[in-house]
Design a protein around this ligand. Structure first.
Ligand SMILES: [Fe+2]
Length: 247
């Protein structure tokens, strides 16, 4: 709502941006709500610890590097919605493999919503590329230089420094294949081809350089990716109750 050009007070109730943002946020909230209820009913999770972490997360805020710039925000959401599509879809697959049909179904529905969100945001960007190619190109490049970080990257548990639980969580997600470094590169490639970056012409010199940077980036990241090692030892989280025999 704070993004430039998205003035929720302009145009009264008919303001389409405000309507979109509210409905999108409402939908994301359903995702969090259903998963939270699932965790509660599973009996396997220490909900007090989960709530403490959530409370920290809200108090600590987030910094995703988009400022109030709509172009940067739409790059961020185009990327992020595809990332959430991938991760919820993978969790659905894992749940299915373990015979947990309700969880598989929930995650599958959520991943479908994320794909719809992704399509909306990537269409916005595509349209902006047609109208303002140079500025859009520079915004895309800047977001890639700063890297796309998760909104929950400050995640922590009580007594921990900001972001340390997120690091453990992210490593766990990589180890079990829910979201990996390779996915990040694949999403980047997907966006570059969807937006036909290669074909965009009539750019300013700065935007031309930004395009060259973007075109070379997936390969560069691929080389780096080969050298990254995920810590093998698994982390423990206060949220998860230890498994009891027979459960
Ligand atoms: Fe979403």
């Amino acid at each position: 709502m704070d993004v430039e050009g998205v003035d929720q007070h302009a145009g009264g109730e008919g303001n389409p941006w405000a309507k979109w943002v509210r409905q999108w946020t409402g939908e994301e909230n359903r995702h969090g709500d259903v998963l939270n209820k699932y965790l509660y009913l599973s009996g396997r999770v220490d909900m007090r610890q989960v709530e403490i972490t959530t409370h920290h997360l809200i108090n600590d805020g987030f910094e995703i590097g988009t400022d109030r710039d709509p172009y940067k925000n739409f790059v961020y959401t185009s990327f992020q919605e595809l990332a959430t599509y991938i991760s919820h879809n993978r969790v659905a697959g894992i749940a299915k493999d373990y015979g947990n049909k309700p969880l598989a179904r929930m995650c599958k529905i959520i991943s479908g919503d994320e794909m719809r969100h992704h399509k909306a945001y990537s269409t916005f960007v595509k349209e902006i590329f047609a109208l303002d190619p140079s500025e859009m190109m520079i915004a895309f490049k800047e977001m890639m230089v700063n890297k796309i970080v998760m909104p929950a990257h400050f995640l922590r548990e009580t007594g921990q420094k900001i972001g340390s639980a997120f690091e453990d969580f992210s490593n766990s997600a990589q180890r079990i294949g829910v979201y990996k470094g390779q996915d990040y590169i694949d999403i980047m490639k997907n966006l570059i081809s969807q937006w036909e970056i290669e074909k965009i012409s009539k750019l300013t010199d700065e935007a031309e350089k930004a395009r060259d940077y973007l075109m070379k980036l997936p390969e560069r990241m691929q080389r780096l990716q080969q050298r990254i090692r995920i810590p093998e030892e698994s982390a423990t989280f206060t949220w998860v109750k230890p498994a009891t025999v027979g459960s």
